[in-house]
Design a protein around this ligand. Structure first.
Ligand code: SAM
Length: 215
């Protein structure tokens, strides 16, 4: 597929995201800027700007553009805030956050995906601090985080992640069973008080780890 066709399809995708309720222009600008074609597998290049999740290596997925846009909009990003992402996957969401000028920390449990993402993030010149680990226990060394984004399906809110949220900060996380989850935004009001808002339902690959699902 030639680059002009990809560009046309990207513009159409951004218009369709706007029609679906993505109104944060900073999010739409980042989606226009980050080349999703670099993150999808070669055999899906033609489908880069369809609004669908696509298969990645290791039986994982790159999330649907609407899902990425929806979660990023919920994060209410402002420049230079610290964001922890659990589930680096392809690295696409990390680059969207880096493009929005966040300080991004991202954890992936599968080494092959860590390397897949790292190669692409470096190629685009973004700065993302990455590690291979079980993200359900967070990243104490860099806590507290202004925002935490979990991009895999959790059975409940991992307590270590709640404890690593800055006061006034919030976590966006899909919670439910393995087939469907409700997107939640959990705000840390005080050291011990949290407030939860619920949004639409989504379908993610499972969050596997100490505070997630067993493999
Ligand atoms: N954000 C990704 C992107 O932009 O491509 C999509 C993430 S994919 C839907 C979910 C990812 O979460 C998978 O790569 C999976 O290996 C990872 N994952 C699952 N459990 C995890 C855990 N406990 N810690 C870190 N990563 C985890």
């Amino acid at each position: 597929m030639d680059d002009r066709k990809l560009l046309r399809e990207k513009i159409e995708l951004v218009d369709s995201l706007r029609n679906k309720g993505i109104v944060d222009e900073k999010v739409l600008k980042a989606i226009r800027k980050v080349p999703r074609e670099l993150f999808v597998l070669d055999e899906y290049r033609d489908r880069t700007y369809e609004d669908n999740a696509l298969p990645l290596i290791c039986s994982q997925t790159i999330s649907q553009p609407y899902t990425v846009a929806f979660m990023t909009q919920l994060l209410e990003i402002s420049p230079r805030i610290k964001v922890l992402e659990i589930g680096t996957g392809s690295g696409y969401q990390s680059c969207i956050l880096a493009e929005m000028d966040c300080k991004v920390y991202s954890i992936e449990r599968i080494p092959e995906l860590y390397h897949y993402a790292k190669e692409r993030i470096q190629k685009l010149g973004y700065e993302v601090v990455q590690k291979i680990d079980d993200g359900t226990t967070g990243w104490r060394e860099f806590a507290p985080f202004d925002r935490i984004l979990v991009t895999a399906a959790a059975p409940q809110s991992p307590l270590p992640l709640l404890s690593q949220l800055a006061i006034g900060g919030f976590m966006v996380i899909p919670i439910g069973d393995k087939s469907t989850q409700i997107m939640k935004r959990i705000t840390r009001k005080t050291t011990i008080e949290f407030e939860t808002e619920e949004f639409a339902s989504f379908r993610f690959v499972p969050l596997i780890g100490e505070q997630g699902w067993t493999e």
